[in-house]
Write a protein that binds this ligand. Structure first.
Ligand code: ZN
Length: 510
């Protein structure tokens, strides 16, 4: 500090000399600086930039994740942020954030100019219903009233971002720029709808509609095409119900040798439906029937007194057995997978096991409770696991790509636990599971083993079970079918209650 001279201490003569010499240069520099400064200021206050800086949390340009409510409109939805940005420029506000109801592809002509029309709007982040109404030019007095009525209805409840607001609108020829809201409806839960409707005198009424939810039994019938699970979903059954169905079957069914493409299955589902026909639960599996090459297998859900839900055959025997017939996640099995490279072999003196052909990585399940006797590489078997179940019975699994979590010799495993994943290690021509069933130390044909059942319905439960079983068996044939649901599930949510042609994808009645 001390040894550097202060600017004022510099020799005056040198400074003035330099000043004289460089005056034109300095002038030029000043002019440029001014110009730059001006530009910078102008740029700062330009509406575009200011707009970007101002648009607060409400303005992510990308559509919010709630867009997943998949609206039927073909036009990609424009976020409210974009809509606001362009509204002023274009002088029209009918751009984004909402669209007119789809004119229902087939018919319904455009509404006449002074007539009623429907709008479906979505609440964006940081949005309010009142703001939304202002954006579509609803007169202030109306939107104030509506907002107030709605507030009274909602009490303290908050509307979620992405919530759908259904509006019935009307424009009058004398006031084309000030549309009326005839009714506004918000339905945050299937059981609950908030409606604000316009009276003759221009005031608004508020109403909370409560819908009762009740069970409805429907039937889904399908034909196996690809994996059983996918075929079920395609036919209109929820994925969870199909997984349950397949699990209940895998104790008894050899999915690879007993099931072929084109075979029929039926599942009986209990849906929950509101009094106005909205499905609030797609269906819990009550019963199911699967045609196999040589037999038909039926499972029935039943809860024994003091027990948990389980599946039983119509004779009242639990489907659960001490061993799984298909020791794999059968919902992932597609018959025909890899068959050209690797024929699905069954038991023979030479082969000593059965093969399940499946995609690499398909989970392999412990066929029964037991202990890991071996886990590791084993010659031509590749990565291999052997489970000891009883002194007499053991199972073995070969060609795995990797072991299941925690699988090592000595570990106890439970039936259905993942012990490894399908691979093609060792002497293998393609991904598959080679499965062996050992009795007294020798491989035997697992398909011919009679596996003992876990439980049967008895005592006080028996009469109840028999009645239920009769009912379900009849309903598997006669319950109303879920109409072709393959095209609908995602639209359910945004379709307006009474009008949408797409909504009632489910057969009415019970
Ligand atoms: Zn094999």
């Amino acid at each position: 500090m001390t040894d550097s001279p202060s600017p004022s201490g510099r020799p005056k003569t040198a400074k003035s000399f330099a000043f004289e010499l460089f005056r034109p240069v300095l002038f030029a520099v000043c002019v440029i600086a001014l110009a730059l400064g001006g530009l910078l200021l102008a740029h700062r206050s330009s509406p575009q930039i200011a707009g970007q800086e101002r648009q607060p949390p409400a303005a992510p340009a990308a559509p919010l994740p709630t867009i997943a409510l998949a609206e039927p409109e073909p036009v990609p939805p424009v976020s409210f942020a974009e809509f606001k940005g362009f509204g002023d420029l274009k002088g029209g506000k009918d751009l984004g954030g909402f669209q007119m109801k789809p004119p229902s592809p087939a018919a319904e002509p455009e509404p006449p100019a002074n007539d009623l029309y429907e709008l479906t709007l979505r609440l964006e982040r940081g949005d309010t219903v009142e703001k939304m109404l202002a954006d579509i030019d609803v007169p202030e007095a109306d939107r104030k009233q509506i907002a107030e009525k709605l507030k009274g209805l909602l009490k303290k409840r908050k509307l979620a971002t992405g919530e759908t607001v259904e509006l019935m609108m009307q424009t009058l020829p004398e006031q084309p720029d000030a549309p009326r809201v005839l009714s506004l409806s918000i339905r945050p839960q299937p059981e609950r709808e908030y409606v604000v409707a316009r009276r003759e005198d221009g005031g608004y009424d508020a109403e909370e509609k409560i819908y009762t939810v009740s069970p409805r039994i429907v039937r889904v019938e399908g034909v196996r095409d690809g994996s059983l699970q996918q075929s079920g979903i395609k036919a209109g059954a929820p994925s969870a119900a199909m997984v349950e169905f397949i699990r209940a079957m895998s104790y008894d069914v050899d999915f690879q040798r007993e099931l072929k493409q084109g075979q029929k299955f039926t599942v009986l589902l209990e849906q929950l439906v509101t009094s106005d026909g909205k499905v609030t639960h797609p269906g819990r599996l009550l019963a199911g029937e699967l045609r196999l090459l040589k037999r038909t297998v039926t499972v029935i859900r039943f809860r024994a007194q003091g027990g948990a839900d389980g599946f039983y055959n119509p004779q009242g025997e639990s489907v659960e057995r001490s061993f799984l017939r298909t020791p794999m996640d059968a919902s992932r099995l597609t018959s025909g997978f890899g068959m050209r490279e690797h024929p699905i072999l069954g038991f023979s003196a030479l082969h000593a096991g059965v093969d399940f052909s499946a995609a690499s990585g398909t989970p392999i399940l412990a066929a029964g409770n037991g202990k890991v006797a071996m886990a590791g590489f084993n010659g031509g078997y590749g990565l291999y696991v052997k489970l000891q179940h009883t002194q007499d019975v053991a199972t073995a699994y070969a060609h795995m790509s990797r072991l299941g979590p925690g699988i090592k010799p000595g570990t106890t495993v439970r039936q259905g636990q993942v012990i490894g994943f399908v691979g093609s290690t060792g002497m293998s021509t393609g991904p598959h599971l080679h499965y062996e069933f050992h009795r007294g130390g020798k491989p035997v044909n697992p398909l011919t083993q009679k596996f003992s059942m876990r439980a049967t319905v008895g005592g006080k439960d028996l009469a109840r079970f028999q009645a239920l079983s009769r009912q379900y068996l009849a309903q598997l044939k006669s319950a109303p079918a879920v109409a072709d649901a393959s095209s609908t599930p995602p639209q359910q949510k945004t379709s307006p209650v009474p009008k949408a042609p797409a909504t009632p994808q489910l057969a009415k009645g019970n």
